[in-house]
Design a protein around this ligand. Structure first.
Ligand SMILES: Cc1cc2nc3c(=O)[nH]c(=O)nc-3n(C[C@H](O)[C@H](O)[C@H](O)COP(=O)(O)O)c2cc1C
Length: 353
């Protein structure tokens, strides 16, 4: 390409300016994470194990191990395995309803993990204190502005706000609305990472300009070369478009299930059948509500494993966000991150200022 044909946006000055602005906008988030760029690889059960987590951290982002339903022993081995593959910082995502949450926290502390992300509900009493006493930073998900403020008062170090475009368990509000509602109110108090539906760097630039300290992406990293997701799982991602990633439907009004966004397949019918079965047992008082909800969560964990590990993408759950349409090929995590950063820098360079 000759210089005369190059658009103004790719001139060295605009590109340098964009890259410098991107570094400035990400400085707080990167500093908080200890990474080169303020991009968290959102923890994905079965997918975010040592290989993908280390690859993201080695590429300059911040990988996060998905503990999911792992036992403390398995988590112990996963952290050690990740350490063997990277000397860069990474985090661990723990699900608050895990029956051994405090043992899992102790494992993280023992390994000197720098950041623990608590997902799946508000942190139970004593969990924040246990993490912080062990010297790690606590990151929580904030579903509403009121809860964000409450979490800040209780001492969380950073927040993730995640919109309904995301893959996996989702809330009811879109990322763009959450970002507009929450960033102006809370971004000064703690670093806030925006998640859900981010597929390109232009969106990252936008959220950083709105006050985010950084972003968290899951779907875009599933097809990283280093990801151990089954070839069928990756193929399903590469073929899918945004509208294939749909939210699960609640069958029984008495059984509140957190919606899950996944690619449409027979698993939706299986999930409806599962809900009917559990609701039937609720009718007969054969199961308590909390137990019923836990059973639903176990169902998802099993269904996701079936798709990610066994490659059954018809009957297993192919959890994916709407950004799945922007996943086009298998490529190294470093290439994915590099492309996102180039797009973000170019967007900021074009905007000037
Ligand atoms: C296959 C899959 C599994 C996920 N599992 C978890 C999980 O175990 N814990 C969690 O906090 N988030 C989980 N998520 C959400 C991601 O961490 C991340 O926040 C989300 O993918 C961001 O939205 P995006 O998919 O639009 O990039 C999962 C997402 C996907 C796609």
């Amino acid at each position: 390409m000759t210089d005369t044909l190059a658009p103004a946006s790719t001139s060295p000055t605009a590109a340098d300016h964009g890259a410098a602005r991107l570094s400035r906008l990400m400085a707080r988030g990167a500093d908080f994470l200890g990474s080169r760029v303020a991009v968290m690889g959102g923890a994905m059960s079965w997918v975010s194990e040592r290989n993908l987590v280390a690859a993201i951290s080695n590429a300059g982002g911040f990988g996060v191990i998905a503990c999911g339903a792992m036992t403390p022993d398995l988590l112990d081995r996963e952290i050690a395995g990740t350490r063997a593959l990277t000397d860069r910082p990474f985090g661990v995502n723990l699900i608050t309803m895990h029956p051994q949450l405090f043992d899992l926290i102790a494992v993280c502390v023992r390994h000197g993990v720098g950041h623990v992300v608590l997902a799946g509900g508000l942190p139970p009493k004593g969990s924040l204190e246990a993490i912080k006493a062990g010297g790690a930073k606590v990151v929580c998900f904030a579903p509403t502005l009121a809860l964000a403020k409450k979490l800040i008062r209780t001492g969380v170090d950073a927040l993730v706000i995640e919109g309904m475009e995301a893959g996996g368990h989702i809330g009811p509000v879109s990322t763009s609305v959450l970002a507009q509602e929450m960033l102006p109110e809370i971004a000064d108090a703690v670093p806030v990472f925006v998640a859900g539906g981010i597929g390109r760097g232009e969106a990252i630039a936008g959220y950083l300009e709105m006050g985010a300290a950084g972003v968290q992406l899951g779907t875009r990293f599933v097809c990283a070369t280093e990801s151990i997701a089954h070839a069928n799982f990756k193929k399903a991602f590469i073929r899918a478009s945004a509208r294939d990633a749909v939210a699960s439907v609640q069958i029984d009004p008495r059984l509140p299930v957190i919606p899950v966004r996944a690619l449409k397949n027979s698993a939706s019918d299986l999930f409806s059948a599962k809900q009917r079965e559990v609701a039937g047992r609720l009718d007969e008082n054969a199961v308590a509500m909390a137990e019923a909800q836990l059973e639903i969560e176990h169902y998802w964990a099993g269904a996701l494993r079936r798709a990610v590990i066994d490659g059954d993408v018809e009957h297993g759950s192919v959890m994916a966000g709407q950004s799945v349409g922007m996943v086009r090929q298998e490529e190294p995590a470093a290439a994915i991150l590099g492309e996102l950063m180039d797009e973000a820098a170019a967007a900021l360079g074009r905007r000037g200022g």
